[in-house]
Design a protein around this ligand. Structure first.
Ligand code: DGL
Length: 272
């Protein structure tokens, strides 16, 4: 019998976040799967999610998925740790296509990288409150010690482009949040928020070269790339936001590390 080829699947991958952070997952999808069509939604009118209640995060996440599902999709990547921590199971129950979050793939990578079993995780207040990282890591390997730290000021600073080495504001805030993790001698630090890879240099400078940083958005993209049949066309990415597309267009390149191929469209997300 000859090999039966599976037909190409040109449906798009839906990706969403509260704002621009999820573009760090899109960046990795572009690297891994340049032929895939992607629909990105950033809820820029309601960012941040990480300071909100569980009920509000679930309501917003359902609306985000409902918007994306107007398009023909083969999978959804929740490029937001806050939503992944609070609503992944629910969204997976409510949708028949694969819904891929950040927590599991980020933990799996951390488990392969740590040498001393001391792992830090930083994220929004809601992600830390959910206990999702502790739950996953302790179930997967009870011998690991996890050191969680909420960093509520990071998202607004990143969304304002305050990410560069030498910026005294971000360096001061980073030092305050990261000091307990440095004292705990973690050798692996999960960036448990998709905005944080933009702070990679600032965080690495403070933590030192011996600490491995895990990019949770990129890990979600890595996992996603194994979950469906690939398309065979030229990948096109379309961007949508719930407020101020011009501001999104201006900052998106910083997250994507390339200029977005097209400007963002405006969506009234409250209608979904
Ligand atoms: N980028 C998001 C995350 O990964 C959400 C940040 C926020 O809206 O607070 O958690």
């Amino acid at each position: 019998m000859g090999i039966v080829e599976r037909p190409a699947d040109n449906r798009a991958i839906g990706v969403f976040d509260s704002g621009l952070g999820g573009l760090t997952a899109v960046r990795q999808l572009h690297r891994l799967l340049p032929g895939e069509n992607i629909i990105y939604f950033g809820d820029t009118g309601r960012v941040p999610y990480g300071t909100r209640s569980r009920e509000t995060i679930i309501k917003y996440a359902r609306q985000d998925v409902a918007f994306l599902r107007q398009f023909a999709l083969k999978a959804v990547v929740i490029a937001c740790n806050t939503v992944s921590s609070v609503a992944l199971d629910l969204l997976a129950q409510e949708n028949e296509i694969p819904i891929i979050g950040t927590v599991e793939p980020a933990c799996r990578r951390a488990m392969t990288m740590t040498r001393n079993g001391r792992v830090g995780v930083i994220g929004t207040a809601a992600t830390m409150r959910s206990g999702a990282y502790e739950k996953y890591l302790h179930q997967a390997d009870g011998s690991l010690r996890l050191f969680p730290q909420a960093c509520p000021l990071f998202v607004p600073l990143v969304e304002n482009g305050r990410v560069r080495r030498g910026d005294v504001v971000i360096e001061t805030v980073a030092a305050e949040y990261l000091a307990p993790l440095k004292a705990a001698e973690v050798d692996t630090l999960i960036l448990g928020c998709t905005h944080y890879p933009l702070l990679g240099e600032v965080i690495a400078d403070y933590m030192g070269p011996e600490v491995t940083l895990i990019d949770s958005g990129a890990e979600a993209a890595n996992l996603a790339s194994t979950q469906f049949d690939l398309g065979d066309g030229n990948g096109v990415t379309r961007y949508f936001v719930s407020d101020d597309p011009a501001a999104f267009d201006q900052l998106a390149g910083l997250f994507l590390q390339e200029a977005p191929a097209a400007g963002a469209g405006l969506v009234d997300i409250t209608g979904y």
